[in-house]
Design a protein around this ligand. Structure first.
Ligand SMILES: Nc1ncnc2c1ncn2[C@@H]1O[C@H](COP(=O)(O)OP(=O)(O)O)[C@@H](O)[C@H]1O
Ligand SMILES: [Mg+2]
Length: 254
């Protein structure tokens, strides 16, 4: 069974997509079989890897549209993410309208979990989640073995997390066990004292539920994205690549 990791935070621009792709890149280079599912209707993870949702035969949305979990056309949905060491299920703009599409659907919160249980064999499935609350985010949280919450180390760091915790609290009341989660500090600027203070605050708040790895600011992430590659391919010795390798080691040791 694959380990399913949901990457979510309802704040935008905190490093969700960067974490999904860079962690996938690190795990892939360690020989693990990895699938990244782009569940954000904006399709940033897909576009980053040079896959444009309007030009694909099938997408992550087909997981929700399939009439039964065994009918999900995985072979059409999934392809190699360019030259990276992982597979990608691209996004679809219609992912933002799933509320409407699934209006009369029974068991609509467990569609992704059930589809993945019958899906192709992977060691890790990484879900790049949409920023807004809705049926797609709920599916990701229900399917996940672990929720990874990237938190940008700035003043408003905890702003988007409140919404996410409300969604989790509601789900925890109906799930057989509470959602396991870990926070990840991202975009840490080691020259800024305020950043250090935020990391200390996060450690106080999350205690054991925070990854030891802290992701620093690195311009190589933007460079990689512009080239349609992951940081491991563009700058394997960069600080950013090293930090995501260290995160991958923590994930493997969980
Ligand atoms: N550690 C980092 N250092 C520098 N830039 C980063 C870092 N992480 C992400 N970025 C950049 O910040 C922007 C937002 O990141 P992204 O991962 O797309 O956030 P989200 O998916 O949460 O909206 C992107 O341009 C990305 O390249
Ligand atoms: Mg994103």
């Amino acid at each position: 069974m694959a380990q399913i990791l949901a990457i979510a935070n309802q704040k935008g621009g905190v490093g969700k997509t960067t974490t999904a792709l860079s962690l996938a890149g690190a795990l892939g280079m360690m020989g693990r079989r990895v699938l990244v599912m782009d569940l954000d209707p904006h399709g940033c993870a897909s576009a980053h890897m040079g896959i444009f949702p309007e030009s694909v035969a099938a997408s992550s949305a087909d997981v929700f549209w399939a009439t039964a979990p065994e009918r999900v056309p995985w072979d059409r949905i999934v392809s190699r993410a360019g030259r990276a060491a992982f597979d990608l299920a691209p996004s679809h703009s219609r992912l933002s309208d799933m509320e409407t599409d699934l209006r009369d659907r029974k068991g609509k919160g467990v569609l992704l979990k059930e589809a993945l249980a019958r899906g192709p064999a992977y060691d890790h499935v990484i879900l790049d989640c949409p920023p807004h609350t809705g049926v797609v985010l709920v599916n990701a949280l229900v399917a996940a073995d672990l929720l990874l919450i990237p938190i940008q180390t700035d003043f408003l760091a905890l702003h988007g997390v409140r919404n996410l915790f409300e969604t989790m609290r509601a789900l925890n009341q109906v799930l057989p066990r509470p959602i396991a989660y870990r926070a990840l500090a991202t975009m840490f600027d080691r020259r800024a004292k305020a950043c250090l203070r935020v990391v200390e605050l996060l450690r106080e708040k999350f205690r054991g539920r925070m990854f030891g790895t802290v992701i620093g600011l690195d311009t190589k992430f933007r460079e990689a994205s512009a080239l349609g590659r992951v940081i491991q391919d563009v700058a394997p010795d960069s600080r950013g690549a090293r930090e995501y390798r260290s995160l991958a080691e923590e994930v493997l040791a969980l």
